[in-house]
Design a protein around this ligand. Structure first.
Ligand SMILES: Nc1ncnc2c1ncn2[C@@H]1O[C@H](COP(=O)(O)OP(=O)(O)OP(=O)(O)O)[C@@H](O)[C@H]1O
Length: 974
């Protein structure tokens, strides 16, 4: 801090435009104008002792109106007259421009000394510049301003207070109070500044702390009146306030003004601080995120994991844009995408959300196979070329295809066309894009061509084909998809199928629709109802309103009525029926929210279903389908299918042709009779494939053998042999490829094709599984009868075995029997016991022999579950055979339900059962009288090979089942 200096009476004056240099302040200026350069040169640069100059504020005349004390050059500037107005008379100053004329000088200034001086390089014009660091020392009054020299000079009088004046002031309590107040405010300011600088200190500026410390020392050691100037000079205040400070010669006025200014500065720092903190908070959060992202990227790069998520998301977005989603779904997808973008890949839910969006992008919302003109002739040809026989079924399919478009007249014509008369050119019928016919459901045993018929329909329509297996589906979510909140949730099978097939109008096969079952996880049939209902499948996978609710059994009606309010009228029908079969599914949470969560229009999909049995299909579902039964094939049909379709296909699949393998018709017959006894042709195809496989291996072995011998021949040139013998190095001998191929093919051509014979059949397929004498052998002992039953695999021949032993008239039943078949056994036994006398089972003492005997009835093929009432007549026949010890006829099989009173009731599946009898070589079939009408479906070739006997009562059955008639009647005659 500069100690007090004695001021000369005259000082060279440097005017400061709109700026004040207060005592204690330090300023750096660059002097370029000739006047100021001269002033600095003479007063500071050339003086050997420390020079002083006076700094006097000046202002533009325009601004001076509101300002009080001003001074004009040449005028006396003493405290007396402060309102003089004048202007420069100097011609030189005139040269400096008109601004000189319009400036007003303040009548007080500050003496300053140079702390540092530097002189610029002299320009060619001789001009130099000076840079000066000035320190304000003390105030002075301008008594007279002289403008006659090259620069201004002024006669001055010092304004600084003397020591005694200072001591006097320190006695003034007001001054003391003001001084304390100022110091407190100044201290506060220093602390605030220190706090700010501390926060930054760790970062870059340890100096600030030191500065703060020094300021405190300054506060303690520097006289208070000087401190006021120093503090005020250190921050920005207006020119008027600077002038006010300069004019505040009175110490109390100066302190009070300084306190006000320091306090104002303090407050502004605090406000600024608050704002900064707020902004910094926000900044730091985003900065932190930015930093973390940068780090993550760096780590990824380091790991060589270059897949850029942002790029991925952009690609996903592009894919979504081109998916052609409807507007409402696009909105939903965008919302989900925005959510995804905000997430980090490591965040839980990111993956799920992404997979979901991928699904939305992959689904064929609009993409469809172009629906072409339906050419019925082509369609018919296609079905004929793919399938042997099935005339009626193919005819029904053609009707189905045509009805998708035609009007009544066309339909009539179509029927005629199908019936052989062509009235109308139907070849150019066009499919109605939105036509929705009934859903076809092919029902029949395995391997009868249900799936391949559906595939042919797709081919005939020129659409893509997709098969959805519903076998074993118990969970409604399998159809609809899981709720997305479940971990590992997946879309339902239908949506997944659509994604796989990639078009919105495929032919979709719902395979094994009868194999779905309901449990606590919901009822898949209910979801299928929605799929197959043309009114509802437009918006399949909607959200049900009773999400998350847990239903009890008695609440089932509530479910129904609840649904009815939200569903269309077409479902109302099924709602009335629903409780009868959804009751099983009702306890537990019935949460049916889907994975997709947005509606998908399934109306363009052509659904075809398959089932082995009709019975397990819930009635409402069945009601939405048109059932077409495929009963199974006769042996002749199987033979034709095998020769025309299966053998060529199997050979082709194994890369063979008839040049390599031939399966004669006689061998195919043997396969049909000895190795398969099925309704369809699945096992037949499998056995033929086994033959083809074995043949393929043989051909491959022969190929190798041919190739090896050829190589030896080719390479065994005399030169080579001699070289090999000598053990010399062998040079490569290249065999031209053309020669090589030709030779190989000629080797194969020479070889005769493999022709399957009985030995080969047994070698490959093993010993025959069935033989013609089987029935004969099975019924060799009394107590065995031959029945015809119906299973999921079609019609079957079922042997029933009965045995008796000492006991207490009990009945034991084995062979995986259901409740109905067990009851049939009870009925049969009761009926027989009621006729104990006729049967000669009553001993002389009127004792019924059966009272002391147990009966055991067994149905072989014990692992296969059996049920139904149609075994009634077979059971009674087995019991009568047992008790009469008479064998039944080996060539006769029977079927029919019996009543307790001995009536024979009709049963189902007659066609399948007769086909089964035919397969097993049965010659006579006993049927209930009322089943006569069902024979129309049986192929005539089969009928002509069988003797059909009708029965109305059990006695009629027994009469036909035994050689020579009913045994007890014979006995009664005796
Ligand atoms: N009439 C037929 N003409 C030609 N090939 C047939 C015929 N019937 C069935 N096939 C063939 O038999 C094989 C089995 O048929 P498919 O798979 O369609 O049976 P399915 O009835 O659908 O059996 P599942 O109920 O087990 O699904 C197929 O290769 C099919 O082409």
């Amino acid at each position: 801090m500069a100690e007090a200096v004695e001021l000369p009476s005259r000082l060279g004056i440097l005017p400061f435009r709109n700026k004040v240099l207060l005592p204690g302040a330090i300023i750096r200026i660059r002097c370029t104008s000739p006047n100021s350069v001269k002033l600095v040169k003479r007063e500071l640069w050339q003086r050997e002792e420390k020079g002083l100059i006076g700094i006097v504020p000046v202002r533009d005349a325009a601004d001076s109106a509101s300002v009080g004390p001003v001074l004009y050059p040449g005028a006396g500037g003493d405290s007396g007259d402060r309102n003089l107005t004048s202007h420069s008379s100097s011609s030189k100053h005139k040269a400096e421009g008109k601004s000189q004329e319009a400036i007003h000088w303040h009548n007080r200034g500050v003496a300053a000394r140079a702390l540092h001086l530097s002189r610029g390089v002299e320009k060619p014009s001789g001009r130099v510049t000076y840079t000066v660091v000035l320190e304000g020392l003390s105030r002075f009054n301008v008594l007279e301003l002289d403008a006659r020299g090259t620069y201004y000079t002024a006669r001055i009088s010092p304004l600084d207070i003397t020591k005694s004046e200072m001591e006097q002031a320190e006695q003034d309590p007001d001054f003391v109070a003001l001084a304390r107040q100022f110091k407190l405010t100044a201290m506060e300011l220093i602390s605030v500044l220190e706090q700010c600088s501390n926060e930054l200190a760790n970062f870059y500026d340890k100096q600030k702390q030191k500065t703060g410390g020094r300021t405190k020392i300054l506060l303690e050691n520097v006289p208070i009146h000087k401190l006021a100037d120093i503090f005020v000079a250190s921050f920005e205040i207006s020119f008027e306030e600077q002038l006010f400070m300069l004019d505040s010669v009175d110490l109390k006025v100066r302190l009070s003004k300084a306190t006000e200014l320091v306090d104002r500065h303090l407050q502004s720092i605090r406000v600024a601080e608050k704002i900064t903190q707020k902004v910094e908070g926000q900044l730091s959060k985003s900065q932190r995120e930015f930093l973390l992202r940068q780090q993550m990227r760096a780590i990824k790069e380091e790991l060589g994991d270059n897949d850029d998520d942002e790029d991925d998301i952009a690609a996903l977005e592009r894919k979504m844009q081109s998916a052609g989603m409807p507007a409402n779904i696009w909105k939903h997808a965008q919302r989900e995408l925005r959510r995804l973008k905000k997430m980090q890949p490591q965040q839980p839910g990111y993956h799920g959300s992404r997979v979901y969006l991928e699904l939305l992008a992959d689904l064929p919302w609009q993409k469809a196979t172009e629906v072409q003109k339906l050419d019925l002739r082509d369609a018919k040809e296609r079905l004929d070329s793919d399938h042997y026989g099935l005339v009626k079924i193919k005819q029904r399919i053609i009707e189905y295809l045509a009805v998708r478009k035609v009007d009544h007249y066309q339909f009539l014509s179509l029927l005629m066309y199908v019936g052989g008369i062509c009235l109308y050119d139907l070849s150019a019928l066009q499919l109605k894009p939105d036509a929705r016919g009934p859903v076809l459901c092919f029902v029949g045993p395995p391997g009868v061509g249900k799936t391949s018929l559906a595939a042919s329909i797709a081919a005939a329509l020129g659409r893509k084909f997709i098969r959805i297996s519903l076998g074993g589906v118990r969970d409604e979510a399998d159809i609809r998809g899981h709720r997305r909140t479940y971990i590992g949730s997946m879309p339902g099978r239908l949506i997944d199928g659509l994604k796989r097939v990639g078009v919105c109008n495929p032919v979709m096969l719902l395979d094994e629709i009868d194999k779905t079952s309901s449990d606590v996880r919901g009822d898949p049939a209910a979801a299928l109802l929605e799929v197959l209902d043309p009114e509802q499948n437009k918006s399949f996978i909607d959200q049900y309103p009773f999400r998350g609710h847990s239903f009890q059994e008695h609440e089932c009606t509530v479910v129904a009525s609840f649904r009815s309010r939200h569903r269309t009228g077409s479902l109302l029908f099924c709602l009335e029926v629903l409780p009868s079969y959804t009751l099983v599914a009702s306890p537990g949470p019935l949460d049916v929210l889907s994975y997709l969560n947005v509606p998908y229009d399934l109306s363009k999909v052509i659904f075809v279903a398959t089932a082995n049995k009709v019975q397990p299909i819930p009635p409402p579902l069945l009601d939405r389908m048109e059932v077409i039964e495929l009963p199974g094939y006769t042996s002749e049909e199987k033979l034709n299918i095998a020769m025309q379709h299966l053998v060529p296909r199997v050979l082709d699949q194994h890369g063979l042709s008839s040049d390599f393998l031939q399966i004669p018709e006689s061998m195919v017959k043997l396969v049909i009779y000895r190795y398969t006894r099925e309704a369809g042709v699945r096992n037949l195809e499998r056995n033929l494939a086994a033959l083809a496989r074995a043949a393929a291996v043989k051909v491959a072995e022969r190929d190798n053998a041919a190739a090896i011998s050829k190589d030896i021949h080719q390479l065994s040139s005399p030169v080579l042999e001699s070289r090999l013998a000598e053990g010399a190095e062998v040079e490569m001998e290249v065999i031209p490829i053309a020669v090589n191929n030709q030779d190989i093919s000629s080797v194969l051509r020479l070889a005769s094709p493999l022709i399957v014979d009985e030995t080969m059949l047994e070698n490959i397929l093993g010993p025959p599984r069935y033989d013609d004498n089987e029935t004969e052998e099975r019924v060799a002992n009394p107590g065995v009868s031959v029945g015809l039953v119906w299973t999921a695999y079609g019609g079957e021949v079922q042997f029933v075995e009965a045995a008796t032993m000492a006991g207490k008239s009990g009945l034991r039943l084995t062979g995986q029997l259901g409740a109905v078949i067990k009851e049939s056994a009870q009925i049969a036994l009761t009926w027989v016991r009621a006729r104990a006398t006729e049967l000669n089972l009553v001993a002389t003492g009127e004792e019924n022999l059966m009272d002391s005997r147990d009966i055991h009835i067994h149905f072989p093929a014990g692992a296969v579950p059996k049920d139904g009432p149609s075994a009634g007549v077979t059971l009674v026949t087995a019991l009568v055979s047992l008790l009469s010890q008479k064998r039944v006829r080996a060539d006769t099989a029977m079927t029919g339900e019996m009543t307790l009173r001995g009536l024979v009731l009709p049963v189902g599946g007659i066609k399948d059962k007769i086909l089964a009898a035919h397969r097993y070589g049965i010659k006579r079939v006993i049927l209930p009288q009322r089943n006569a009408k069902d024979l129309v479906d049986v192929p005539s070739a089969v009928l002509s090979s069988l003797e059909i006997v009708f029965a109305q009562r059990v006695e009629d059955v027994l009469e036909q089942a035994f050689e020579g008639g009913c045994p007890w009647r014979q006995r009664a005659k005796l």
